[in-house]
Design a binder for this molecule. Structure first.
Ligand SMILES: [Zn+2]
Length: 56
């Protein structure tokens, strides 16, 4: 599952809390294939769109 995180970039912490509130271990170098295939987290998408004031 691909969660969204606040902030411009990953700061190197081993885990972080995603936009939807999920505590997630960070993978230092996810493979591009894993990243592309992983489904986006709907809760994160909704939260990001809500923050921007845009429709999902
Ligand atoms: Zn999420």
């Amino acid at each position: 599952m691909r969660h969204a995180f606040r902030g411009p970039r990953w700061n190197g912490q081993p885990e972080d809390t995603s936009v939807c509130g999920t505590r997630t271990g960070m993978v230092a170098e996810p493979s591009e294939e894993d990243w592309v295939r992983a489904p986006s987290c709907a809760a994160c998408n909704t939260a990001l769109h809500a923050a921007r004031g845009t429709e999902v």
